[in-house]
Write a protein that binds this ligand. Structure first.
Ligand SMILES: C[S@@+](CC[C@H](N)C(=O)[O-])C[C@H]1O[C@@H](n2cnc3c(N)ncnc32)[C@H](O)[C@@H]1O
Length: 302
């Protein structure tokens, strides 16, 4: 035998239940909205087990290394960094997406766009070309490609660092063969005729940025949030480009802020597009505006 010994786990005398109680209290004092849930998610991630596994073993003792790792992530959450950013992954459309400081943390509300597009596709095996303007982590494009086996797509973003994350997500989801990514400002560098165009552009009004929760204001990239004085800067740029790039009978799905639906509809109409549908998110707010062009719907559409 060599003299090398396995490190001895030093018991702290603290159980999972005690650590969660203390961690939850600390997060509550820091103003975190769901402190106990977040403490559980973080401890589970640190121990590399499912949260339910941990819930079923409240008496499990923590050793010193585990307690110290939990302490580190608790401090980050107490500084209002979102759990998803601490663990580096966000689930979107039931798929895992890597996120970094360069990507927006995908929101569940954005799944409204995926539902809206899929609901209007009659033939899911059609060889569609999908364009995602402002792709960030790639979540919209890759979620659609995961449902549409013959579709191909292009994700565009102004941020090369975000595109690098989107490429990694495409590879991890085994979608690299059907997804390309390009650094550009919206559709300016593009041509072609795209059957499906999706975009979740920055749409927060300049005056509302200071009121955002610290989780958003301090951790989402500003370029993913700031929509200008009235929140509509990106839509003004996007409307004519979507009209130019849309295939006859194509479909565009735009995410919008809760009060922006009529203003965005006017911008799209001024660019020659038609409002072909509106969808609410789970909270009942208008979240998605669908636009088409004057041509009759194509055969892949319902
Ligand atoms: C609200 S985030 C959406 C990210 C992702 N699609 C999602 O839903 O999670 C907006 C994205 O638009 C990108 N963006 C901002 N200005 C842009 C521009 N001029 N051209 C292309 N992308 C831009 C940002 O870098 C960011 O990734």
């Amino acid at each position: 035998m060599s003299g090398v010994r396995a490190p001895v786990a030093v018991e702290t005398g603290e159980t999972v239940e005690q650590a969660l109680a203390a961690g939850g209290a600390r997060l509550r004092d820091a103003g975190v909205e769901a402190p106990r849930r977040d403490a559980l998610l973080l401890l589970a991630a640190m121990l590399a087990v499912a949260p339910d596994t941990l819930r079923m073993r409240p008496e499990r003792p923590l050793d010193a290394a585990e307690r110290s790792a939990f302490e580190t992530v608790l401090a980050r959450r107490a500084g209002r960094e979102p759990v998803s950013r601490i663990v580096g992954v966000r689930e979107f459309w039931s798929l895992p997406f890597k996120i970094t400081r360069d990507t927006l943390d995908p929101r569940a509300d954005s799944e409204t766009l995926i539902d809206a597009v899929l609901a209007r596709i009659g033939d899911r095996n059609a060889p569609l070309d999908i364009l995602d303007l402002g792709t960030g982590s790639g979540c919209l494009l890759l979620a659609l490609l995961s449902e549409l086996p013959a579709a191909r797509g292009l994700g565009v973003d102004i941020s090369e660092a975000a595109l690098q994350v989107a490429r990694e997500n495409a590879a991890a989801l085994d979608l690299s063969g059907r997804a390309n990514f390009l650094r550009a400002s919206w559709g300016a560098a593009l041509g072609g005729a795209w059957q499906v165009i999706v975009s979740n552009p920055p749409y927060i009004l300049s005056g509302e940025l200071p009121d955002l929760a610290p989780e958003v204001q301090d951790f989402d990239p500003p370029v993913a949030l700031a929509g200008g004085p009235d929140g509509l800067d990106a839509y003004r740029a996007l409307a004519p480009e979507i009209a130019r790039l849309m295939a006859p009978g194509g479909l565009a799905a735009l995410e919008i802020g809760t009060t922006q639906i009529d203003s965005v509809e006017m911008l799209l109409r001024a660019a020659g597009l038609q409002d072909v549908g509106r969808e609410r998110d789970l909270a009942g707010n208008w979240r998605c505006l669908l636009a088409g062009n004057a041509a009759r719907p194509a055969d892949w559409r319902k």
